[in-house]
Design a binder for this molecule. Sequence first.
Ligand code: ATP
Length: 443
Amino acid sequence: MAEPGTLEKLVSLCKRRGFVYPGSEIYGGLTGTWDYGPLGVELLRNIKNAWWHDNVTTRDDIVGLDSAILMNRTVWQASGHEDAFTDPLIDCKACKARFRADQIAESACPRKPSKHPGEFAECQLTEARKFNLMFKTFVGPVEESAATVYLRPETAQGMFVNFKNVCDSTRVKLPFGIAQIGKAFRNEITPKQFIFRSREFELMEIEFFCKPETSQEWYRTWQDTRFAWYQSLGLKGSNLRLREHAKEELAFYSRGTSDIEYQFPWGWGELEGIAHRGDYDLSQHQKFSGKDLTYFDDETKERFLPHVIEPAAGATRATLAFLCEAYAEEQVEGETRTVLRLSPRLAPVKAAIFPLVKKEGMPERAMAICNDLKKHWPVFYDEKGAVGRRYRRQDEAGTPFCLTVDGQTAQDQTVTVRERDSMTQTRIGVDHIRNFLIERLID
Ligand code: ATP
């Protein structure tokens, strides 16, 4: 588990180095929104690309989709979100603060000294009422109920409503999945813990359709596959666990749900939900749309609604988990070195290129290497300050390799490669740099 105080240090590093900034900051911010800076946007994109590569590009049984954020309102009536996508909300009439009824024990009243809501004599807590988390807006110029649409709170419904389109326009056969990455919006009552719970975030979701009799097996397979994915990108098994939901926690249609949880600095939190949804979604959309959404099995000549296994992962929440896992401070030669030990696949910048000094043709040689590598990866040229300081700057950014052009380069065409984690330095030929990186960076 991360050391106490890691989250505060991480928030500060993220701001200082350009990973994540508070949203709309110069106007005092907008709670629950975050902007991804030059390093953060690369990290987030690498997480999404790794997910897409591992779940879509390299599999024959999953196809991709990018559906619209705004959807016909009936979609959310069919899915049950308009009635039931709610959290229990409690207001305090005295201090005007709002709390989630199911999180009172972890919430703090804004009065000082710090106490839980309801613990001061002045507190006037209301009964809990249902608060719908969907953001409402209007299409067209008239603000009337007929024009109401919602910002999607998940990407899943886009995949269900396109199930027939995908079947008709491709050669998919059961079992197969549809995958989608995209923004989702939830008007969370208490956004908190940095980017863990925000009001605008990104999801990476798969709807995996299969025959009902194989669905339990697929449910287990997806639990294992998704757990292994986080491990492959550097999350240690001791910081990950799979939590199967108890019967009382399940939605009425669910045949099983489990969460992959990560041990964040404040405790265990959900990274991804894996749900066996039966045929609930397709049957609801069939009912509300009046369209036949059954699947025809060529071999058995049967028509039926497939069952669905849904692995739903948060891309922005995963970003926080990878950052927490990667963050380390260590003593090196009497100084504290802060390093992000991100997997090379996820690192925002893959290599930094330095001339040892700004003379004797070193900057030109280093720049030529940088320009060559730039065609393939995000790399960074830096000639400012002592080389030790330049290493430290890259350690904080998570850059796995630093290449330094020095006096020897002109004579034997080699550079030093310094590895972020071990800090060891070796020499390799300029001609071999690209292969060296390919071996370490390609999926
Ligand atoms: P929670 O219980 O944390 O509110 P949930 O069970 O409602 O999450 P799901 O609907 O299963 O979440 O969403 C799938 C994934 O989306 C979650 O595992 C999480 O990674 C991510 N996620 C959900 N809500 C948020 C949020 N407000 N901010 C960032 N990521 C989120």
